[in-house]
Design a binder for this molecule. Structure first.
Ligand code: IPM
Ligand code: MN
Length: 347
């Protein structure tokens, strides 16, 4: 029997609850579908940091490299460990080390879920550059703590990095409704963003079947709210993509529904799957976190692993669950109840 070995990093807060929920669903669908999943839980988290002084062991990346995929809950416990330490010690280095350059985030309304907009029939796929740009980590502070202090943080855009994410976006658009929105702020940022626009135009010649439009990020933010049906695939830099996908989550009813996949398209290292939401310390361990975003991320993992049939079954089960009104109202259904409903809907 085909076996996929998965590294489970529940992380902090509700990350633990939703990873457990997703894993229950994934193990069940594997049984129905004739393949096996082995899960190895890694306790890397802010608690681990408090115990060891590190978010993951020194050889953490090498440990992860042996797995077929990584399922992650959420990282962060800001009252105990500054976010700038916890995220740069675990989540962000994994995205970079494993060249997971495409962060894919689908935004559409599940049946039975009411979003805040009048528009109901949108289906947007955000593709966020995930390894460079504004998240490059290049910078520093001098004269710290004095009135002369200076902080510099430089965005880094490389031709290779921009080309590969745009190509990925063009390919996704080609496989969907043929429309690509390429996002910059080239009216204000005249080097990196003009560079991005130029590469968009250059690649467009290779994809005559794709209808590509360049938008400024502020205009696109408004369009996601005013006219989301007009959008198909959206491709953006790391920070712009981060912000736009929180809008995406909001218009799909909330962060409890927003799934994501950090993909290494070349498959030279494992990809990582995680809900867009954070660790939500305020509701951690109350058992009320919505696991749908994590379960949906698990479906994206199955798809990546080549288990398309099982991925489809999980999506159908999620949709059958929300169509019945389970998991559609914040705080109404407990994590376990939503998980059981999804498991029961698996066929
Ligand atoms: C996300 C998160 C992360 C990001 C944070 C936690 C560093 O907001 O995955 O969207 O900005 O990438
Ligand atoms: Mn974010």
């Amino acid at each position: 029997m085909k076996t996929h070995s998965i590294a489970l990093i529940p992380g902090d807060g509700i990350g633990r609850d939703v990873t457990a929920a997703a894993w229950t669903v994934l193990e069940t669908v594997a049984k129905h579908s004739g393949f096996a999943l082995t899960g190895t839980e890694l306790p890397w988290s802010c608690r681990f940091f408090k115990e060891t002084g590190r978010m993951m062991p020194e050889d953490g990346i090498e440990t992860l490299r042996r797995f077929d995929a990584i399922l992650l809950g959420a990282v962060g416990w800001p009252t105990e460990v500054p976010d700038s330490v916890s995220l740069h010690g675990l989540l962000l280095p994994i995205r970079k080390a494993f060249v997971q350059y495409a962060n894919i985030r689908p935004h559409r309304l599940l049946p039975g879920v009411r979003g805040p907009l009048r528009a109901e029939s949108f289906d947007i796929l955000c593709i966020r550059e995930n390894t460079e740009g504004e998240y490059s980590g290049a910078g520093g502070r001098v004269h710290q703590g004095t009135l002369d202090e200076v902080a510099v943080e430089t965005s880094i855009f490389t031709r290779a990095g921009v080309e590969r994410i745009l190509r990925f976006g063009f390919e996704q658009a080609r496989a969907r409704r043929g429309r690509l929105a390429s996002i910059t702020k080239s009216n204000a940022q005249k080097y990196s963003m003009v560079f991005w626009d130029e590469i968009t135009r250059k690649l467009a010649a290779d994809y005559p079947d794709v209808d590509v439009t360049s938008y400024h990020v502020d205009a696109l933010a408004a369009r996601m709210i005013m006219d989301p049906q007009s959008l198909d695939v959206v491709v953006a830099s790391n920070l712009f993509g981060d912000i736009l996908t929180d809008i995406g989550a909001a218009i799909q009813g909330g962060l409890g529904y927003a799934a994501s996949a950090n993909i290494n398209p070349d498959r030279s290292a494992p990809s990582m799957f995680e809900p867009v939401h954070g660790s939500a310390p305020d509701i951690a361990h109350l058992g009320i976190a919505n696991p749908i975003a994590a379960i949906w991320s698990g479906a994206m993992m199955l798809e990546h692993l080549g288990e398309k049939d099982a991925a489809g079954r999980v999506m159908n089960a999620i949709e059958a669950t929300t169509a019945r009104g389970v998991g559609t109202t914040a705080g109404k259904d407990r994590t376990d109840a939503i998980t059981s409903a999804v498991v029961a809907a698996l066929t």
